[in-house]
Design a protein around this ligand. Structure first.
Ligand code: ZN
Length: 406
């Protein structure tokens, strides 16, 4: 296999629906084609390859009888018009790391997992593969449909899978050393600190709220300013308050990413607003406290402007800290390869979030240009990816040495 990681990623990026960048949704022809390429990578590295019932392609290097397994992986899918690195790079790098160790003996088995669906673009759920391994999959979710009315179950069956066998994937009773995921950072922190790789401390928890505001619409020419109940002006004050609060809080980030205005006309005072509020933090208490504080502020703004406010929490997912021991092993491997490595939380969810329910989890971030992701110009440098590859090889060697010592 050629040694240039960028070339290999460019090869597999061809397996995309038409349009700019990479569009590779789960259980599509593009997914099928990508699996042929990943299978080839895995076989070249000497791995045994199989596809599990949830569509996770698994490359395994066998260990001694009864030995535990060390897991690596990430996802094969992309967002619509996404980049060449998000997900797939975390599948390729551990395969290359294992290729580098092909002639060394290891006291455990190693698997690389290429999950089908992390982005959740096609179906209104995601992480079916890792949740199945963790025994955390509600089988009812297989009835969720894509926008053409195709259920996950039907898509899987059409892909040649047997979704009825998913319950058998539960690995809670098997010996697993841990799961390590490598991913582009999707943020600008490593670039800012001038470092090729970073260690994830924790995957942030998320909560989302749907907020509605009701005022009074009216003619933009005839209603004097002091008699208005402008819902959009109230929302604007709230959005700025959220930004100011999160900027000063330090341990939370908060965003209003979506807003709809009714009637949304140039000469009518906006009467109704519906908007999102999303709060993320590596600290669940800080996140909950932030939500309480923000809602108190919203109530005060609504009262002052005589707007009626309602807010409902529509989604919550707790933070997922990385395993302290595995993170330290990964950190010491990273330090050998690239010196003092920054630690940072992950603001984005990953397959690792679900895998943490199964076994010790750690994550390695690779610097990406300007923090850009989910876009065609997403970019990670060859040299940075090579540092990550060598870090993974080093980690496997270090864990093997630990194993021999015990
Ligand atoms: Zn990803």
């Amino acid at each position: 296999m050629r040694d240039q990681i960028s070339d290999l990623l460019e090869d597999i990026a061809r397996h995309s629906a038409p349009g700019a960048g990479v569009t590779r949704l789960p259980f599509t022809a593009e997914h099928q084609a990508a699996l042929v390429t990943i299978r080839h990578w895995m076989e070249t590295a000497g791995l045994e390859v199989r596809l599990d019932a949830a569509g996770t392609l698994i490359g395994r290097r066998e260990g001694p009888p009864g030995a535990p397994v060390l897991l690596f992986g990430s996802h094969q899918d992309s967002v619509r018009n996404g980049g060449r690195f998000d997900g797939i790079m975390g599948v390729l790098l551990p395969i290359l790391a294992l290729q580098d160790l092909q002639h060394e003996e290891l006291p455990f088995a190693v698997e690389v997992l290429a999950f089908a669906d992390e982005e959740g673009v096609r179906f209104p759920t995601a992480l079916v593969g890792p949740r199945a391994l963790a025994g955390r999959l509600d089988p009812d979710c297989l009835d969720l449909q894509d926008r053409d009315g195709v259920t996950i179950r039907e898509a899987m069956t059409g892909f040649g899978l047997k979704p009825q066998d998913i319950s058998g994937l539960d690995r809670r009773n098997s010996a697993i050393i841990g799961y390590v995921e490598t991913h582009i950072e999707q943020g600008p922190v490593l670039q800012d600190r001038g470092h090729p790789i970073g260690l994830v401390t924790s995957i942030a928890g998320i909560e989302r709220h749907q907020v509605t505001l009701q005022g009074q619409s009216g003619h933009a020419g005839t209603v004097p300013m002091h008699l208005r109940r402008d819902a959009l002006a109230g929302a604007a004050e709230m959005i700025v308050a959220v930004e100011g609060f999160a900027a000063s809080a330090g341990d939370v980030i908060a965003t209003t990413g979506r807003i709809s205005v009714t009637p949304n006309m140039v000469n009518v005072i906006p009467g109704d607003i519906s908007m999102s509020l999303e709060i993320r933090s590596a600290d669940d208490d800080a996140r909950r406290q932030a939500a309480t504080t923000i809602m108190t502020t919203f109530k005060a703004i609504a009262a002052k402007r005589d707007l009626s406010l309602s807010a409902e929490r529509t989604y919550a997912q707790p933070a997922q800290p990385c395993d302290v021991t595995l993170k330290e092993r990964l950190a010491s491997a990273a330090e050998v390869i690239s010196g003092d490595v920054p630690m940072l939380p992950s603001g984005a969810t990953h397959d690792a979030s679900a895998m943490a329910e199964l076994c010790p989890m750690a994550m390695l971030f690779v610097r990406c240009r300007d923090g850009v992701s989910h876009q065609p110009d997403e970019f990670a440098a060859e040299a940075d990816m090579q540092v990550a590859r060598r870090t993974l090889s080093r980690l496997i060697r270090d864990l093997a040495a630990d194993h021999h010592r015990h």
